[in-house]
Ligand binder design. Sequence first.
Ligand code: ADP
Ligand code: MG
Length: 631
Amino acid sequence: MPSIQQLPPSVVNKIAAGEVIERPASVVKELVENSLDAGATRIDVSVEQGGLEAIRVVDNGCGIAPGELNLAVASHATSKLRVADDLFRVQTLGFRGEALASIAEVSRVTLRSRTAAAEAGAELEVVAGQAAPIAPCGCAAGTAIEVRNLFFNTPVRRKFMRSVSTEMGHVTEALTRLALAHPQVHFSLRHNQRSLYELPPCDNPLARIAHFFGRELADALLWLESRDGDVRLSGYVGHPSQSRPNNRMQYLFLNGRSIRDRSLGHALAEAYRGLLLTGRCPVSFLSLELPPELVDVNVHPTKLEVRFQDGGRLYSQLLGTLRTKFLTTDLTHRLDAATAEGREAGAAHDAQRAAQLRSELVDWAKGQMADWQAPAGAANDQAANGQAAPAHQTRFEVPLPPAAAAPLRLTPLVGSAAAINGGHAGNGSGMAPHPIPASVSRAAGALQIHNRYLVAETADGVAVIDQHALHERILYEQLRERVLAGALEAQHLLVPEPVDLCASDAAAVLEERELLAKLGIKVEPFGGDTVLVSSYPAMLAGSSPVEILRALVERLTSGGRAPDRRDLLDELLHSLACRAAIKAGDPLSPEEVAALIEQRHLAQDSHHCPHGRPTELVFTREDLDRQFKRT
Ligand code: ADP
Ligand code: MG
């Protein structure tokens, strides 16, 4: 083995450069962060050939004194930290003192800077880490850095660069993140002499969002804000109609720094569960502000990932804030027939109506919480003993059609646990029908059309409802509450049925036996790849237990990678709800229509079926008036 040697600084810097500077976009990020740390209020970025040729960043920040220019490009030299403890309360975007040194090691850098107090500026040129003597120069107060021929002396790196347009895409993305996090700073971006963005300062990120992603998206964002101790969460999330096929439109900022965090990403997905189609991702622009000592930003050279002292608490705060937001927001799809003027005219009325709706929904949500917190056993016992239901149950109970007249297939949706059991004594519910906000329950004169849609008059217009989607949603919510409170009622088979499966399906079924039991399905191994089904969910009376199991197996194994427990349970509940719900094409009696309409607000979010399709479309009276040119 050769002897151990200290590496020369140029090699150390090249290694560091490999970590910090991956591509032109990393240079843009590091230089702009320096400008922000220098207190700049205006930052102009211009780029040639996707940054492979040249990157120029000019700012009006505090500037660098001529005597310190050499230090600025030296490695581990920074004005942002003094002592080790400072590392645990970093307030600036930079602190490692290696960006400029790294960049200068792998390119040709020209640095011009002048502090406000100095009469003249100074210029420093560095080529592949070799600095020329400092020369005086004339320049505006602030700093201008030009980086040319990136990676010219590290050909292996250079080979990894993609096309000009790909690299420019990364540059734009980097600038987008910085500009979204610092709306009060004026930014501009030019590519090959062409202006791409000119972003005047503003005090709200919404204008920036509209600038980058368009008005339509900006108009469909919901503002949210919450505080937990020293932690403030604020920002915008997208209406479910604005979902995306991947999570690239999820921006998260921590004290002005764009970061990625898997756990918080998960909280976001969790909050939108059931509101989006499977495989779709929400849009978000969220900011966290917290005391720097509660987070370690020094875990990743590019500081993209951080470590929170109490990540679990942040997770809960984000999830809780989003859930409250969704509970108190009317997420109904409104058909956007409005013209711009029409929208303005309707705005005042909408605001008033939204406020009213919100207060009703808050009351309703409180009622739900109360139900939720009531000891789960209490209501069950009463139901089992045939005693009267508690007061809140009767108060909000939906009037039932006479038992005899109620057709069997609608029993799952009409109220009480006993009805859901098809007459069995309830054992797992604890689930009272929820109070209904007065204005939204008033849906008079509903009728069924084409055996698949229900049309109902609402307080301010007309709702068109997908009968299958709505029923599925109601059932899903009911089933979920029950499973969370215990298990679904099971119907035992007199003679257990053997089901032949393929080896992997049989293994999956037996592995998830416990979960299936919660749904009322009991399975046992029966030798080879055969399993024995001894019970099935009572709500699916009339279906073949074998078919039910096969449908669930499909869900169990469709995910590819092992899904998490809750996702899996959700999948299975969707499957059950979908099977049990009335279908498109099923004719309904007027009583059945009325029962469905009456219950559309029992579900927590009845606007979407569990697969994320909307359950209803609302045409407001203004929409109709406008369409008929009555305004
Ligand atoms: P860090 O940002 O981690 O301190 P850098 O290598 O990025 O390390 O920068 C080194 C130092 O150079 C900074 O600490 C700062 O003092 C100075 N500097 C860099 N860019 C600017 C700028 N645009 N304006 C003022 N000072 C700057
Ligand atoms: Mg820096």
